[in-house]
Design a protein around this ligand. Structure first.
Ligand code: SF4
Ligand code: SF4
Length: 363
């Protein structure tokens, strides 16, 4: 069983010392940072968001982390993929605010990467960004939130989608390869599927036959679950293929580091339903939870997902036409139609860690 350190966002006293940033510094003191990072270049992999998003990890927490890595004798730098850096300054991330350099993970025009074989279905290899592959150590600092394709976006998504080039990211997405089946005889043309599609991907042609624009589709399953006739089916195997692909790419990235050189930190606050790459922030759907950290990525992800509970859903926080549907499973499954635990399951199968964990709360 792996240990996951946790700092709660809840305050037990009205003192700065009892607030989350102060607890975060104490949480970091639980790890042997000197042994992990002294004399090492340390890539702090973040998702710096996009455009008008304002719910990524606040720079104050990043600065605390950078200070602690420097105090331990490490040489930290912040890194993210192509596109996120351009507007990062507007979202509060500058060298002055975070205390270290901020660099593109694969350099200008993504020309700096290494190629590693994967050999899973259509994904023969992956291009891992050079700043990641050539760093001595890494801290995966992730904002825990929902994600249209993964269900949950945390450390696994931050690595598998964020430590690779755009070309590789597209190839991982292509693993979804999901097919729809429509039963024309069962369909009563109520159009609930079309009206409940958040991507406006469904239309009916002149012969009243259902058409799905796969380019727009987010595979959220809303059409499937809203159809009263069970006339639409999706082959869900493609979802698992995608999650397995993410787990294998995560392993390939982590294998570029020596043992005990990677730390995983999930900041589970401002838990919005969508990925930070969308370029906006909608309301958080549950109250802030806190920060999870550990050296076992699977345990940290599992604990983070477990902490986001349906009973804590804040009514009215989802933008139209999303809703918490009355289907079994995790809150993100009810919203996105994806089981967020699939990625933990596949990562555990890939040998990346344990889904069994023990929480050690840091006050
Ligand atoms: S899966 Fe979601 S996005 Fe795709 S067609 Fe159905 S409702 Fe629309
Ligand atoms: S919701 Fe089902 S029955 Fe209604 S139009 Fe869509 S496929 Fe047909």
């Amino acid at each position: 069983m792996s240990r996951v350190f946790f700092a709660s966002a809840k305050m037990k006293a009205l003192r700065a010392d009892a607030s989350l940033p102060a607890k975060f510094r104490r949480l970091l003191s639980q790890f042997p940072l000197k042994g992990m990072f002294e004399g090492k270049t340390v890539a702090i992999k973040m998702h710096l968001g996009a455009h008008l998003g304002y719910t990524t990890i606040p720079p104050l927490f990043v600065r605390i982390l950078v200070e602690e890595v420097k105090n331990a004798g490490g040489h930290p730098f912040i890194t993210d993929g192509r596109g996120s850096l351009a507007g990062a300054k507007a979202r509060g991330y500058t060298e002055e605010t975070v205390g270290c350099h901020i660099v593109e993970a694969a350099a200008h025009n993504e020309r700096y990467y290494i190629t590693v074989p994967i050999n899973y279905l259509s994904l023969e290899s992956v291009q891992i960004c050079g700043e990641i592959a050539n760093a001595d150590a890494m801290i995966v600092l992730s904002h825990g939130k929902g994600h249209g394709h993964c269900g949950f976006g945390g450390a696994i998504k931050n690595i598998a989608m964020g430590c690779v080039t755009c070309k590789s990211r597209g190839e991982i997405h292509a693993l979804i390869d999901t097919e729809f089946e429509w039963n024309a005889e069962a369909c009563t043309h109520c159009y609930l599927c079309r009206d409940n599609c958040p991507a406006e991907a469904i239309s009916f042609d002149k012969d009243n036959r259902l058409q799905i624009n796969l380019h727009h589709c987010r595979y959220c399953m809303h059409c499937v679950t809203s159809c009263p006739q069970n006339a639409i089916k999706i082959n869900e195997e493609g979802m698992r293929q995608f999650q397995k692909g993410m787990a294998l790419v995560t392993k390939a990235c982590l294998d570029t580091f020596e043992p005990n050189r990677v730390l995983f930190i999930n900041h589970v606050c401002s838990v919005t339903p969508f990925c930070d790459c969308w370029g906006f922030s909608s309301l958080p759907i549950v109250p802030d939870v806190g920060i999870f950290a550990g050296d076992d990525i699977v345990a940290v992800e599992q604990a983070s997902i477990d902490s986001i509970k349906t009973e804590n859903y804040i009514p009215g926080s989802l933008p139209h036409p999303y809703e918490v549907r009355d289907v079994p499973g995790h809150l993100f499954q009810k919203i996105h139609g994806k089981d967020p635990y699939l990625q933990c399951e596949e990562a555990a199968k890939a040998g990346l860690g344990s889904r069994e964990y023990e929480i050690v709360e840091v006050e």
